[in-house]
Design a protein around this ligand. Structure first.
Ligand code: SF4
Length: 251
């Protein structure tokens, strides 16, 4: 990438960060939790499911299995029953029990903090690991979910589709201390304004710097109008020039 373009993207990322901070001063994770273990379980359940739905099932799950030790000894069918409404409940229940087992056997009952350890747990990928790191451990971590990926591409911060590559590209554009909340704010903006199918560009605070805005830019209509005026002027000049020739032919 040429240096000028790189600086332009860097500046845009900084502007997006500032505007989002102003719009969403409080960036919180919408999954209800009281501990790293609870957030880990809730994030595993949030795959292909809304946070609101996960928040409906976790109170009963955490009441029945409040610790990794209890969840590790749970019956699969009971966990399946508790998490059924979140979808893919069989694999999610299996992952929850497997995660709890591994936390007990390999990490002494404590959810690990390092990304390399977190991603060894069943049902945990980089996105979940980064949620844990940034939300409960206060460590750098930029979770890339569907909203973060879509908005980053629309805002021209990346062209990549792969979530892990997007994470690395965004990491390079922002200070590590901002990674987690930047992700949370992009998620909020994606849910409220930059919808996947119908982005509300006319309500968007990022519109003036977004290359994907569906609105005409301020300079565009003027340019279009200027071009149109020139075209009309050229046509009428040609018409005037052709007029006497036609008349001469008719005579
Ligand atoms: S201007 Fe439109 S496409 Fe760009 S971020 Fe805002 S809502 Fe999304």
């Amino acid at each position: 990438m040429v240096a000028g373009k790189k600086i332009e993207i860097q500046n845009r990322a900084t502007s997006v960060l500032g505007l989002l901070k102003r719009e969403y001063p409080v960036a919180i994770c919408e999954l209800t939790h009281d501990s790293a273990f609870q957030l880990l379980a809730a994030t595993i359940l949030s795959a292909q499911c809304t946070d609101a739905r996960v928040n409906m099932v976790t109170p009963a799950l955490f009441a029945a299995y409040p610790t990794p030790e209890k969840l590790a000894a749970a019956s699969l069918s009971h966990v399946e029953q508790l998490v059924r409404s979140t979808g893919f409940y069989q694999s999610k229940a299996k992952n929850l029990i497997g995660m709890a087992n591994q936390v007990m056997t390999q990490f002494g009952g404590e959810v690990p903090k390092e990304i390399e350890d977190l991603i060894t747990l069943p049902g945990v990928g980089r996105k979940t690991a980064n949620v844990l790191r940034s939300v409960v451990f206060g460590l750098p971590g930029l979770p890339v979910d569907t909203h973060v990926g879509r908005l980053s591409r629309r805002l021209g911060l990346t062209k990549l589709e792969d979530a892990v590559k997007v994470e690395y590209e965004l990491n390079a554009l922002l200070p590590p201390a901002e990674w987690g909340e930047f992700s949370l704010r992009l998620i909020l903006h994606g849910r409220r304004v930059c919808d996947a199918r119908k982005p509300k560009c006319d309500e968007c605070l990022l519109e003036s710097l977004c290359p994907s805005s569906s609105l005409p830019t301020k300079r565009k209509p003027k340019k279009v109008a200027e071009k149109r005026a020139k075209r009309v002027a050229r046509k009428s000049t040609k018409k005037v020039a052709r007029e006497p020739v036609k008349k001469a032919k008719r005579k």
